[in-house]
Design a protein around this ligand. Sequence first.
Ligand code: AHR
Length: 503
Amino acid sequence: MTAQAQLTVDAAAPDTFQISRHLYGHFAEHLGRCVYEGLWVGEDSDIPNTRGIRNDVVEALKKLDIPNLRWPGGCYADEYHWRDGIGPRDQRPRTVNSLWGGVVETHAFGTHEFLDLCEQLSEGRPEDRRCEPYIAGNVGSGTVQEMQEWIQYMTYDGDSDLARERAANGRKEPWKVKFYGVGNENWGCGGGMHPEFYADQYRQYAEFCRNYGGNRIYKVACGANGRDERWTRVMMDKVGRRMHGLSLHYYTTNWNDKGSATDFGVDLYFDTLRRATEMDDIVSRHSAVMDEFDPDRRIGLIVDEWGTWFDVEPDTNPGFLYQQNTVRDALVAGLTLNIFHKHAQRVQVCNLAQLVNVLQAPILTDGPRMILTPTYHVLEMYKPHQDAAFLPTTVTSPHYTQGPADLDQLNGSASRAADGTIHVSLCNLHHEDDLRVTCAFNGATPKSAAGRILSGDSIQARNTFEDPGVVTPRELQDVSVEGSGLTVTLPAHSVATVAVTTG
Ligand code: AHR
């Protein structure tokens, strides 16, 4: 069946705002095979690498224009001691990663290797479009002095002992570190703190996060878990402008029964999409609390962990959080990014969890092999929205219902690029019905339209190491400019981005 929907783009909206490219950030934790194997293979590996970092993954990630990368955790951040990860690799300590699988952490990948990765990801891009490091510091088990010295080690441009040590370890020039997280999930794995206690801890630690030379740190405070608005309220009240951003973590999951990433029926497919759409309400509610204290929206809401969380793949380490990725994940990515666009006045940075081989990963590896997941393709198709001007949209959509729950079958967003092109991204959530969408434009007349679409034969369709091209974007055939609007036919469970030139 083909249903009908309408999306109206307000191309003449007076109070538009920028969709920061930093909403397209990523996250790499010392967890499972994300850092080790996924990113770092070591200089002596047979897998082609540059200074130990695998080339195939960097090349694929460069195509996403990654704006920032968060590291070393996650929960791991609050048990990471940066001094373990500098100096000659064969002399670095071997510790236990007690959070994630109890495996030995060799510290082969440390500060220099992470910042090298950010520089490799930035190659060929202008200075203001580079991949900015987002380092998460240790509040749960580290000291104020340790945090202060790490920042000085990385960014001091003078002749201090720490700057000399950095040079002796191979890096004379200071790095620029833009984002710095003062702890992670300090209500849980980061120390089990109450918000009042953490607020004071934050004030103390953040005071010593100094700016050296030309480096300006954007300080991110640990924020709420999902719907915990009280945490946000306490932080806004007790910390306020001492933080530049306040984080929020929300995963699309059923914590009581996460379910398989690949073996699911229509009911679980629908339930996953419904949980993903909750991001809109969650962000709205935290934003409303922030508005009470910060009506000018200077403090950013930083959704630095989002994505699907399913059961690990059979026969893999339960502590490694390795899951496959299907068309369902592509829909979650598309509709979540549409939600972030809408809230971009308050939401300043977002980080998908995680970059390679963990949770909703854009890339999966198996030894020397690498595949791109449906999530990767959505991120690539949505790239034109990075730093573009948000254009408000209104949707008239058929209901997509399962039992008592219902969703709009159509989910979308639009933005205007610097050259005037309007990009419209559309998700047809339905598991079996196609959707014919009419797009109208207030204040603009479309002249031409072309785009790409991502779908698959089923909601469970996925790319595998044996068959990596099952779910890949293809040119959108069924799009046409008609009068002052355009029409697009979206197959069931699909995500599309259309570039529209206007007169
Ligand atoms: O992304 C996996 C984990 O989820 C992170 O380490 C933690 O911050 C969150 O609970």
